[in-house]
Write a protein that binds this ligand. Structure first.
Ligand code: 5CA
Length: 445
């Protein structure tokens, strides 16, 4: 993409309404525009990152054997009356009626609808296990929408639902989700720590939240510092293996890590003092096992081996896809702007032409641009007639991990400059070598 042909409405001034750095940077980098409290338009660069995050979530869900569907955003009230949640959900549920006076609502989550799909089409234990998921817009009429996409009213969520014959099978599904989430967040350059949590209006016994540590996080968290040493890495896990998933769950959840809702001061104090941490975190996902709560209420049963009708065991599992943009920026920025992890960056590499209009510099930029594209990467070429300082400021603000700077002086010596956004380090390389290095970095992700 050439910047002169793109739509990147960066703001020079700090927007006064933004209280936290991710919100400020998303507005300044022209990623989102607020339309109402907690409701945003996604401008091209914000939308691009949203899609990247969404793709990673899809890939990891599919890897875990989960199957994508899409359910409607506007739902009838009847299913929610069956489960009892039409009344229970309260003012967070945005309600409306259609022209026939039928009660409708904007979906805040989808346990009821997915259970309805299940009961209409699945009758036998032979069709289990089954996990269906979607990535879809949700609406919750939050009392205090704030911090941009972090606590929106309209937000994008991956919500997945497992259906299993027995509690043991459903707990395996729970563990499998935990494993796949660890992998998902790490691919985005994030450490998200599973913490024992409270189930709230979803209901259920077992639940973990995934928290990214950040001073601006809304949740207070208490943990053993040893949990931050754990990384999932590129382990090759067989998601069908009960033992393997169980082992990962135990490794990642046996140390003390809890949100304030489940915090147990006495237990926490059993830890050596130097390992006790009290901090804040951003909740980027939550997994639940809730047994037969919805299948009982809505008659979602299958016949078992003995031809007996039994209610299925379920759980639901969410990832805050739009919130993740904010969480990634909170975890990865400096005073100049965003620093995108390679896995989610909107463009792979920036190209800055220090002397637009100079024949050689222009030609060298075109060659670099073509070479990066030919290697399957997306460069962003700042081809504006701007002074170098302005171009650097924009690149730093929008946070592309790599930048190639091209100027007449370097070209005389046959070199361009390759700069790493995170470390700030630069090296002079022949143009082909710079391209080769960038290609190599992304090939090894
Ligand atoms: N049905 C279950 C799981 S499918 C569910 O709704 N879980 S949840 O309430 O925990 O939401 C899942 C994730 O969505 C949360 O972990 C959080 O990351 C994100 N989320 C929840 N509310 C908001 C909000 N108002 N704005 C942005 N993201 C949100």
């Amino acid at each position: 993409m050439r910047l002169t042909r793109y739509f990147l409405p960066v703001l020079k001034e700090n927007p006064s309404e933004a209280q936290i750095v991710s919100h400020r940077l998303m507005l300044r980098a022209g990623m989102i525009k607020q339309q109402s409290a907690g409701i945003y338009s996604w401008l091209p660069m914000g939308f691009k990152v949203l899609r990247k995050i969404e793709n990673i979530v899809h890939e990891e869900q599919e890897r875990a054997g989960h199957i994508a569907i899409q359910m409607p955003i506007i739902q009838g009230a009847d299913l929610w009356r069956e489960s009892g949640r039409y009344d229970d959900y309260g003012e967070e549920m945005l309600r409306m009626s259609d022209r026939h006076g039928r009660d409708m609502l904007f979906t805040p989550t989808a346990e009821e609808m997915v259970t309805d799909i299940f009961r209409a089409h699945v009758n036998s234990y032979k069709d289990l296990p089954l996990t269906l998921y979607q990535i879809q817009w949700k609406f919750r009429d939050e009392i205090r929408p704030r911090f941009g996409v972090m606590r929106g009213r309209e937000f994008y969520m991956k919500d997945g639902y497992n259906f299993d014959l027995t509690k043991e099978d459903a707990l395996h599904a729970y563990n499998r989700h935990l494993v796949s989430y660890l992998r998902t967040y790490e691919r985005m350059g994030l450490q998200a720590i599973p913490m024992r949590a409270d189930s709230g209006p979803i209901g259920g016994d077992d639940t973990h939240e995934f928290l990214v540590l950040a001073e601006t996080g809304e949740s207070e968290v208490f943990y053993d510092s040893a949990v931050t040493d754990l990384t999932f890495g590129d382990r090759d896990i067989d998601y069908d293996s009960v033992e393997q998933c169980q082992a990962v769950l135990e490794e990642f959840t046996s140390k003390y890590a809890r949100t304030d809702e489940t915090h147990d001061e006495a237990k926490f104090n059993e830890l050596p003092k130097e390992r006790r941490r009290v901090a804040r975190g951003i909740e980027v996902g939550q997994i639940f096992y809730f047994g037969t709560k919805y299948s009982d209420a809505m008659g979602a049963t299958v016949v078992d081996k003995d031809q007996k009708q039994v209610p299925v065991h379920m759980g639901s599992h969410g990832i805050g896809v739009s919130r993740l943009l904010g969480a990634i920026i909170e975890a990865s920025h400096d005073d100049k702007g965003i620093i995108w992890p390679e896995g989610v960056t909107p463009f792979h590499c920036g190209i800055v032409n220090l002397k637009q209009g100079d024949e050689e510099a222009d030609a060298a930029c075109e060659t670099l641009y073509a070479a990066l594209e030919a290697a399957g990467l997306e460069p962003l070429y700042d081809d504006r007639n701007e002074r170098a300082g302005g171009k650097f400021a924009t690149m730093d603000l929008i946070g592309l991990p790599w930048r190639i700077t091209v100027g007449p002086r370097g070209l005389k010596n046959g070199v361009v400059e390759l700069t790493c956004r995170r470390s700030g380090e630069s090296e002079e390389l022949a143009p082909e070598a710079a391209v080769a290095k960038v290609v190599d970095i992304y090939a090894n992700l």
